[in-house]
Design a protein around this ligand. Structure first.
Ligand SMILES: [Zn+2]
Length: 261
């Protein structure tokens, strides 16, 4: 999945959200239109509409507004959600396989970034906020959508996102596009944190980072994958596996920050 930044200058409030408690998923409701078509619509329309991301028909992803900022997409939830609009070929609202794979990967990445669990309210539909039939594929037919009565499409999507993050039901098939993420890190293995500031968490479930770590070499403390795709790391190889863990573990870091050495 490649994300292209093509930021709006119109329909962009330039307001940073104070908190992010969910990722909100949408359909564009305009069959056959591409990600760039919809991005350009946001840039030019007189209506107050925009989105942080758009996933296109070929799986392409455009970031229209940086995800730390608010977009005008999900009504009263704009102040606490990152929004994703999704393209679709026809009025059923079904997503093509490439679109779906990118949507799963992008949603998983954002859940990790903001410490959200997709199967515990961390991913929502526009429908959950206002009752709007959006995204149609994930809203039950009895409510005007294309999903089954028990929400099979929506549940499968949430479990696919969880699987892409390395959490949830492992029996769910992983989308091929997530193969670049590795979860098989072993105790004592050296990894490189490549960002200048990597979020550090005090536990495997903490939603808020306790601080950041500078780029550099760190070591996998015990090779045990924790919740939200996090691993415990330490600053020195000889600390690995030593107890009490609290004395030797630097903290929990999400696996997508690791690079091989
Ligand atoms: Zn919507």
């Amino acid at each position: 999945m490649t994300i292209t930044n093509n930021y709006l200058t119109h329909n962009r409030p330039y307001t940073k959200r104070a908190k992010t408690t969910a990722i909100a998923v949408h359909w564009v409701g305009n069959p056959g239109t591409s990600a760039i078509n919809n991005r350009n619509y946001f840039q030019t329309t007189d209506r107050s509409v925009s989105s942080n991301y758009i996933v296109g028909l070929q799986g392409e992803v455009i970031c229209c507004i940086p995800d730390a900022e608010m977009s005008w997409c999900t009504n009263q939830a704009n102040s606490y959600t990152v929004s994703i609009e999704t393209c679709h070929p026809d009025w059923t609202g079904a997503f093509g396989s490439r679109t779906y794979a990118s949507l799963v990967e992008l949603t998983g990445q954002l859940c990790k970034k903001y410490g959200l669990n997709p199967q515990k309210g961390g991913v929502i539909r526009h429908y959950d906020v206002t009752g709007k039939v959006c995204p149609k594929w994930f809203v039950p037919a009895s409510k005007g959508g294309s999903d089954t009565a028990d929400g099979a499409h929506w549940k499968k999507f949430l479990s696919d996102v969880a699987a892409a993050m390395g959490i949830g039901n492992a029996a769910v098939s992983k989308p091929a596009s997530t193969n670049t993420l590795r979860y098989d890190w072993k105790q004592g293995q050296a990894v490189r944190l490549y960002k200048t500031k990597t979020q550090l968490f005090s536990s495997d479930t903490a939603a808020k980072a306790s601080g950041t770590l500078p780029a550099g070499t760190y070591y996998i403390y015990d090779g045990k994958q924790c919740k939200l795709g996090r691993f415990r790391i330490t600053t020195r190889k000889e600390y690995c596996g030593k107890t009490p863990a609290g004395k030797y573990v630097t903290g929990y870091v999400s696996v997508d920050n690791f690079r091989e050495i």
